[in-house]
Design a protein around this ligand. Structure first.
Ligand code: GLU
Length: 445
């Protein structure tokens, strides 16, 4: 089997040179699904694998805008419409200096299977810009979003492609993007998710990725007769996802003891709770992109230039960005007795570290399963928009929990290896089969 995988990867690398993140994401899926493809002649005949790794459409555009000093600035804009077998393209927009075509394609590819796992009718897509939003004023961000939408609007729509937020794109940016779309199209539709509550947004959407990951961890722990109560949790990042994790973990009796930023990590042994969680929102809004402010304010340890994985914990939740947890981090976590590692960001754990966790037979959840609560709740926002009504908080939260339980169940169904559950395999195979079967049903398009 491994030579079949290598041959296929050679084909992918040759067709998509200089795209390391994309190769990494494809390899992880192909390693899991190759036995299924091999055993299914219809998939082979229809060249499902070759088709599924090729985006249906890739849009790249210029985003010219003017900063507050009157200087003209030029950024790259992207929307990768990866797969629409299950529904309109769906996935976030990322504004971050390290955005490239490779990161956009890896994220769009992951999104396709993640969205499939939610069981909601959503295809996969991703977009964004290499914009570095640090230090930008409100007005600059508004002008940038308007310039970005001045091109994107012609490619998206409530039944075509529905973007949302991701790193660097939160409620404020979605507002500016939505305003411009509405003006250009002269229509008020659910073309973006993550909207403000009083103009078409859904309750629980801001918290959803973090809540969903926490529900998923709860399900994983249950398989080993354990619960979240009194667990020590190390989290990385301090953005939307880390915030949602901190809220729900605290709610369920666990203690979040770390958060991190580009400047280092904070260790708060008493637990990040109450006003400290609210302060995370302030740090984010400040646009300073650092967590030392938290340590200074609450008089706790700050470790400059370090990552939180050296802190002993029961559960580790990487919630920042791709490839942020490497082999050395994995060894440190295992040495300190970690029981569960859950990717709340997209692909934060490098492949060698994933293998170390799996060899040690600890619980390991891939992002496309564990962080699907964000896009899952975006799917619920789309349903509410289509019905022109708003559901109560309890209703959205209950549906989110059910989505996460179903994804967990899918992982158990396809990921069993003896007594160990390989959640990576479970998520990849479970997500893949639905997309592949839909592609077969819809013919060669
Ligand atoms: N950016 C989030 C993700 O990676 C959410 C996407 C969405 O809501 O469409 O899944």
């Amino acid at each position: 089997m491994s030579s079949v995988v290598e041959n296929f990867m050679n084909y992918v690398v040759a067709k998509n040179p200089n795209e390391p993140e994309f190769h990494q994401a494809v390899r992880e899926v192909v390693e899991s699904v190759m036995p299924v493809v091999d055993a299914t002649p219809a998939y082979k005949r229809a060249k499902i694998l070759e088709r599924i790794v090729e985006p249906e459409r890739t849009i790249m555009f210029r985003v010219p805008w003017t900063d507050d000093r009157g200087e003209i600035r030029v950024n790259k804009g992207y929307r990768v419409e990866f797969n629409s077998a299950l529904g309109p393209y769906k996935g976030g927009l990322r504004f971050h200096a390290n955005v490239t075509l490779s990161t956009m394609k890896f994220l769009g590819f992951e999104q396709t299977f993640k969205n499939s796992l939610t069981t909601l009718p959503m295809g996969g897509g991703k977009g964004g810009s290499d914009l570095d939003p640090r230090g930008m004023s409100d007005n600059e961000m508004m002008r940038f979003c308007q310039a970005f939408m001045a091109e994107l609007f012609r490619h998206i729509g409530a039944d075509t492609d529905v973007p949302a937020g991701d790193i660097g794109v939160g409620g404020r940016e979605i507002g500016y993007l939505f305003g411009m779309y509405k003006k250009l199209r002269n229509e008020f539709t659910g073309v973006l998710t993550g909207k403000g509550l009083n103009w078409g947004g859904s309750l629980v959407r801001p918290e959803a990725t973090g809540f969903g990951a926490t529900y998923f961890i709860e399900e994983m722990l249950k398989t080993r007769g354990e619960a979240l109560q009194n667990k020590k949790v190390a989290v990385s990042g301090f953005g939307n996802v880390a915030w949602g994790v901190a809220l729900k973990m605290t709610d369920l009796g666990a203690k979040v003891v770390t958060i991190s930023g580009p400047d280092g990590f904070v260790h708060d042994p008493d637990g990040i709770k109450g006003e400290k969680i609210d302060y995370m929102l302030q740090m984010r809004a400040s646009g300073r992109d650092r967590v030392q402010d938290y340590a200074d304010k609450f008089k706790v340890e700050f470790h400059a230039g370090k990552r939180p994985w050296i802190v002993p914990c029961d559960v580790a939740v990487p919630a920042a960005i791709q490839n942020e947890l490497d082999e050395n981090d994995a060894r440190a976590l295992l040495k300190n007795g970690v029981k569960c590692v859950c990717e709340a960001a997209n692909m934060p754990v490098v492949p060698k570290a994933v293998h170390l966790f799996q060899e040690a037979k600890i619980l390991f959840a891939p992002g496309k399963a564990a962080n699907a609560g964000g896009v899952g709740t975006s799917g619920l926002e789309m349903s509410q928009n289509a019905q022109h009504l708003c559901w109560a908080r309890e209703e959205v939260d209950m549906r989110l929990k059910q989505i996460m339980e179903r994804i967990h169940h899918t992982c158990l169904t396809y990921g069993q290896e003896g007594t160990y559950t390989n959640y990576v395999k479970g998520a990849n195979v479970g997500g893949f089969i639905k997309v592949a079967d839909a592609m077969l049903d819809q013919g060669l398009v």
